[in-house]
Design a protein. Structure first.
Length: 130
C-alpha cells in the first residue's frame, strides 16, 4: 500500500523526526499536536482553554490538508499534564465535534514538549463514502 505524507503550513511544522500526518489507504494517522502557533512555532499564551483550542485548530488544519474533516476522525487521544482540565477539554471539544463523537482516550502525563499542558493525536478515515 502506498503512503502519502501530509504537510501543511497551517499547522505547526514537525519539531522532531516525524510527519504531521501519514495516509495509508483511506486511513490517516495524525501526529500529536501541541498548542503551537504555526506562524511563530511558539506556544500559545493565556488560559488552558486557549491551549486546547489551538490544538484543535492545528488538528483541523491537518485534517483539511489530508482531504478530511473532524467528522472523519475515528479515534482521538488526549494527553494532559493536569487531568483537572478534563471537563474543559469536554466543553471545548463540543464546539469542534458533532455527535456521534469519535472514540477517545484521555491520559494524564507528567510532561509534554515545550511545556504544553495538552497534546492530541488522531486517526481519521477518509474517502470511503461514509
Amino acid at each position: 500500500m502506498t503512503k502519502r505524507f501530509i504537510e501543511t503550513d497551517k499547522a505547526p511544522q514537525a519539531i522532531g523526526t516525524y510527519s504531521q500526518a501519514v495516509q495509508s489507504g483511506s486511513t490517516v494517522y495524525i501526529s500529536g499536536q501541541i498548542p503551537l502557533i504555526p506562524e511563530t512555532m511558539e506556544r500559545v499564551d493565556g488560559p488552558m482553554e486557549n491551549q486546547i483550542r489551538r490544538v484543535f485548530d492545528n488538528l483541523v488544519a491537518i485534517c483539511d490538508a489530508a482531504g478530511g474533516s473532524f467528522a472523519d476522525i475515528l479515534k482521538l487521544n488526549i494527553y494532559l499534564t493536569d487531568l483537572d482540565h478534563f471537563p474543559l477539554v469536554n466543553q471545548v471539544m463540543a464546539d469542534y465535534f458533532d455527535e456521534p463523537y469519535p472514540a477517545r482516550a484521555a491520559i494524564g502525563v507528567a510532561q509534554l514538549p515545550k511545556g504544553a499542558g495538552v497534546e492530541m493525536d488522531a486517526v481519521m478515515e477518509i474517502g470511503t463514502g461514509s
